[in-house]
Design a protein around this ligand. Structure first.
Ligand SMILES: [Zn+2]
Length: 98
């Protein structure tokens, strides 16, 4: 079982609350919504650049530049989902269960 990065979650939730006004309330699963005010959110070296709805369950979360452009894995925060995947061009590649 993969563990969730406990430290990142509060910041992510805080940012999501601030972005509520311009992140769509509902997005189709697997939809990427680019943030306008990039590079100011999160780590300066690897800021949050977009909101992504989980391709499996549709939960909206923020993704970092590396996750969007450098194929870094992300884990869905949905308790019932926990899908682990990366973006490879236009497609989502799921990490196979160990
Ligand atoms: Zn999910």
């Amino acid at each position: 079982m993969a563990t969730h990065p406990q430290l990142e979650k509060p910041l992510e939730e805080q940012i999501l609350e601030e972005l509520e006004d311009f992140v769509p309330q509902s997005m189709d699963p697997g939809m990427v919504f680019m943030l306008e005010d990039q590079t100011k959110l999160g780590d300066a070296m690897n800021p949050y650049v977009a909101a992504l709805s989980c391709p499996r369950c549709g939960l909206i979360g923020l993704i970092t530049r590396r996750q969007l452009y450098a194929k870094e894995h992300m884990i869905c925060a949905g308790a019932e989902c926990s899908a682990e995947y990366r973006i490879d061009g236009e497609i989502f590649v799921y990490r196979q269960p160990q």
